[in-house]
Ligand binder design. Sequence first.
Ligand SMILES: Cc1ncc(COP(=O)(O)O)c(C=O)c1O
Length: 399
Amino acid sequence: MTLPADRFARLRAGLEARDAAARLRRVEAYVPEPGTPYVLHEGRRLLSFCSNDYLGLATDPEVVAAVARSAVSHGVGAGASRLVVGSFDLHATLEAELADFTRRESALLFVSGFQANTSVIPALVDQGGLVLYDELAHASIRRGCWLSRAETRPFRHNDVGHLDAQLQDWAERSANLAEAAPTLVVTESLFSMDGDRAPLDRICQVAERHGALLLVDDAHAVGVYGSQGEGLAAGHARVDALLGTFGKAFGTSGAFVAGSEVLREHLVNFCAGAIYSTAPSPAVVGATAAALTAIRSGRLDQEGFLSFVSSAHARLRAAGFDTAPSDSHIVPIRLGEDRDALACESYLRSRGILAVAIRAPTVPEGTARLRVSLSRLHTPEHLDQLVEALVEYRGREAA
Ligand SMILES: Cc1ncc(COP(=O)(O)O)c(C=O)c1O
């Protein structure tokens, strides 16, 4: 056997192909300016429309004080997995509060949403079963489905009829089995790249009719929507596993899955991500608890934020930008080809505005866009700056 001359040749070729397609990704280093939507980048101050810190809690003084307090009292790291000696009173208290918040019997913490999706889905359905996911679901959901070894099929985006038909087909195919094969349906409540919502009422009905488990990833809605910020899924009792993340509106990091007691006990026993991983940092858990208190307190005025969001859509539409299908704080400005999205990003950057181009494979081919995310820290003047720069960019392109 001859050894390859350069064992990195395949990796290099992949990177070159990405670069040639204008899809090479790079990690930058920004410095956030606390309490504002600005960041410093290579000595320039940029107005950012990219962060998922929708409520500005990442630099909120109460949340920051809580991280320090919890680090002093419990340490920065948990030192072990939950099942060894890394499960502290802080974890248990936050889980009880999250269960109450989401109107579920229990909750279980995870280190990240990615870890939760990639380990909870395989814990709920495996070989011999079927998992159906919305075709625009987040990469972590898709990977969780593939890892499950179940038959994995996407359903057309928000197409409940297509979901129903696939479950029906599965029921017919497995009619002769001695034991019903497990089925799981997975969707996001508010889609991360389009900002539109899943028809949860109808998805719940279909899941109920077919006896399927239902997991809803509420990552982008929790904290923002609901009378106490409980998100879009909490009010749907048929959602068996409600997944929320803390890296977005909570301003910290980590995730939780809320549901019945039996679900939690199952995950504690069979979910690899909950078992074989160091428990979430107690310092971060303390900060997350403070963020939850803030979210439920009303002091963040989510209602006011959502009316700002509506006015932002109206303002963008009036300037000729189609923000459909979103009506949320995630606003896609579709530009089509990758190069157009990159050109727009670069023009905005030259005007001191940061709105990163999102390209395939994160979004489908030909739907490259700027993903504008609005935060409670943005003011109408910030929005004016964005709209003016977008209008200028469009004028230059047309010229
Ligand atoms: C819908 C959705 N689920 C899960 C995740 C992953 O969460 P985390 O950033 O905590 O890993 C993301 C992150 O972007 C997301 O958008």
